[in-house]
Design a protein around this ligand. Structure first.
Ligand code: GLU
Length: 469
């Protein structure tokens, strides 16, 4: 049988890292087994679901590259189907109409609570003969009496729930709207889901859903309930720990490869390997290797992975992601080097693409002023001669290559009988405005000849003014 998994977010907010990890595990389970992956939007809670949240979830999934083979399905578009099944269940007697008033249910709960009993529906309407009436009703599922529901969870092992503890679940409300757990059952059945991967907060729904599936004569999927993600202080991961939205990670300068690699390892392992390409994830992923314990988010490790991918992925590819940050930081690329060359030059120094973008501005735009502290330190009287000589040598070059530039700087230092730093630092501040950059040869090369020459002239004027003032 072909493996078919799904990710079924409720569109009540953005795609957060916990959801993304569940989606990734579910997606990998499909991809690792040559199966199919379904995206289903669980929007039955009309009050809390928004179009903006749907869009945000799709945007997050797309950015991560978690492609789906079917969907997105929307539960709100499937009400006819749910109602059809409810009618069939009423017909077959696996569900019944319950006319109990709110007052009766409340009183029942109160007395159960007072007696220290579990609060559940007492089955008052369960065996009523069909009646002709206009009274409002809900539809309840006839949960089996006695026995238990057992399933082998891929993450948590064997789990057993006694039917005694399960209510006759409401599957349609008084207004006829089918309830959440019921929609999930019909969807998983109709969509042919063979394996449900979801958060552990749904464990209590599983026995109810299995009972309904059985009543429908539907196959029971396998289940894997994934534990929570905690912040580095051990509390449930939330906004106060920093970014929790997947798209915030894009905005903060992370590559999807880094976030995916980070998330896959957050609660799953394959030996002691830390770095996984998508191909390796697909090759090695097994639900049974998911860790039962909650995992703690560690931003330092994510940063480390991000640096790894910025350095090791194809610069042309990294540039496609860097482009977003250049646009975001309003750096106009029309007048400067190809972005991939900037990636190559700066990859070693950047932790994030956001930083990389910010530190590449001088390749594309002139700066108004030299960094004050750097200028104070390096654009002093002693810098005048080295700057003038290097300017002369650079303008004499017949070709503007990194090698030729390197030679010009070296010759300047030799001729003046000073260390490379005495030439290099003033030159760096002159052409970049700041005290840090990649190697000067590649930096000047990428800045370009005329721009470099203009900036050196400006620095010479700056030093000269300083001497005269
Ligand atoms: N819609 C549920 C959620 O967002 C997931 C339900 C499921 O995977 O069965 O938590």
């Amino acid at each position: 049988m072909t493996t078919k998994t799904r990710f079924a977010p409720s569109p009540t907010g953005f795609l957060h890292v916990g959801g993304a990890r569940t989606a990734l595990y579910s997606w990998l389970q499909a991809r690792a087994n040559n199966g199919e992956f379904v995206l289903r939007i669980e929007d039955t809670d009309i009050e809390r679901s928004t179009q903006a949240a749907c869009d945000a979830i799709l945007e997050g999934m797309n950015w991560l590259g978690l492609t789906w083979d079917e969907g997105p399905y929307y539960q709100t578009k499937r009400f006819d189907r749910y109602n059809e099944i409810i009618a069939q269940m009423l017909e077959k007697g696996t569900a019944y109409k319950c006319y109990c008033s709110r007052e009766r249910i409340d009183a029942l709960r109160e007395s159960q609570a007072a007696n220290g009993e579990a609060q559940k529906y007492d089955g008052c309407c369960r065996d009523l003969p069909a009646r002709e009436t206009d009274e409002p009703f809900v539809v309840r599922f006839k949960n089996p009496i006695g026995g238990s529901v057992v399933f082998d969870d891929h993450v948590r092992g064997r789990i057993e729930f006694s039917n005694e503890a399960l209510d006759d679940l409401i599957i349609a409300r008084t207004d006829g709207v089918p309830t959440y757990n019921f929609c999930v059952v019909v969807d998983d059945w109709d969509m042919g889901i063979t394996c449900v991967v979801r958060g552990e907060d749904h464990i209590n729904n599983t026995p109810r859903q299995i009972n309904i599936l059985k009543a429908l004569g539907a196959p029971i999927p396998e289940y894997a309930h994934v534990s929570m993600i905690l912040g580095d202080d051990g509390a449930k991961l939330s906004k106060r720990h920093g970014a929790v939205s997947v798209m915030q990670y894009r905005d903060d300068g992370y590559l999807p490869e880094a976030l995916l690699n980070y998330l896959v390892r957050l609660g799953w392992s394959h030996g002691d390997q830390e770095i996984f390409s998508l191909e390796e994830m697909k090759q090695f992923f097994k639900l049974s290797d998911i860790n039962k314990a909650a995992s703690a988010f560690n931003t330092d490790k994510l940063v480390w992975l991000n640096q790894h991918y910025i350095k090791s992925l194809d610069p042309e590819y990294v540039a496609t992601h860097l482009q977003w940050h250049m646009d975001d930081q309003k750096i106009d690329l029309s007048n400067g080097p190809a972005l991939a060359e900037v990636v190559t030059a700066l990859a070693e120094r950047a932790k994030t693409l956001k930083e990389l973008a910010a530190s590449s501005r001088y390749f594309y735009e002139d700066f108004a002023e030299f960094d004050e502290a750097q200028a104070k330190k390096h654009l002093r009287g002693v810098a005048l001669e080295p700057l003038q000589l290097v300017q002369q040598k650079l303008s004499a070059l017949t070709e503007w290559t990194a090698e030729a530039i390197h030679q010009a700087i070296e010759d300047t230092a030799t001729e003046l009988d000073v260390g490379m730093g005495k030439v290099g630092m003033p030159l760096r501040v002159a052409v970049t405005g700041a005290g840090q950059s990649p190697g000067l040869d590649i930096t000047l090369f990428l800045i370009g000849r005329s721009r470099s020459e203009q900036r050196i002239s400006k620095a010479i004027e700056f030093v000269a003014d300083r001497i005269n003032s």
